[in-house]
Design a protein around this ligand. Sequence first.
Ligand code: SF4
Length: 328
Amino acid sequence: MRPFAYARAASADGAIATLRRHPSGAYLAGGTNVVDLIKLDVAQPDLLVDVNLLPYASIDRLPDGSVRIGALARMSDTADHPLIRENAPAVSSALLQSASAQLRNMASIGGNVLQRTRCPYFRDTATPCNKRRNGEGCSATGGDDRTMAILGASASCIATHPSDFAVAMIATDATIHLRGPSGERTVPFAGFHRLPGSDPTRDTIIAPGELITGVSFVPSAVTRKATYLKVRDRASYEFALVSVAAGLDVQGGTIRAVRLALGGVAHAPWRAQAAEAALIGKAPTRENFLAAADAELRAAKPQRLNAFKVPMARNAIARALATAGATA
Ligand code: SF4
């Protein structure tokens, strides 16, 4: 492991100013991803700025009715919080189906959003990877691509995003709150993560030195009547092959509102807008759920070893919608 300096920030502006002076540095919260990547020599920050003392750990109902989760809230605390369990059960479930209990106790919400792909080639510095160094090539293309993307991939990168939380959050129409050298701004959660295009080195639209301070959503019928289904190779401590966050508002036998997002299928958490559009005004039947899934998956382009993800996603979408519908 390469040596790096350590600094503890007492204020957000102090943290931002420190990182501005050290553009090769990184923020440290739970450390469950960045320290991993340092040990693997995938990340080589010259400085870690510890932000754990900053006042971003609470989960609150705001005066406008929205729920805000501080970026330093731990995954386990967020999953168990009454405001999350009552207003966004899919978010709580997604967190509880992530990682292990020990990791959930340590990992922060901001770090979860920023965690990097688990593509095995990305984490192995002996193999070429465009995400580590653009132009090297993609070892997964033509290699072991079983867990890779079926939607939105590019010739440069076919990796998937690993966060369950992010999938559930984009199905709540959430917002991300950022603070950086130019002040504060908010961005839609659904637009925060990038598709790889010709530059897979960047996972998100976050600017250099910016901190995530929190995420928020407005509770509604579709966030309260929602579920998270995760399909994986083993029952715990495993990333999704396919996951689905589904929220459904059914009135008088007709779907009035629906939120659908997929994980394990793309470089970014995937909002299934074609499927959502296909469901509005329809009856909540398995036939309509499958037709909506087909509308979304028409664009799927499986890799050599993962064509199974297409029917898996189709069935998972139908099952998650049926589960959400049963609570509606
Ligand atoms: Fe790297 Fe992406 Fe290819 Fe994996 S899929 S080896 S992360 S470029």
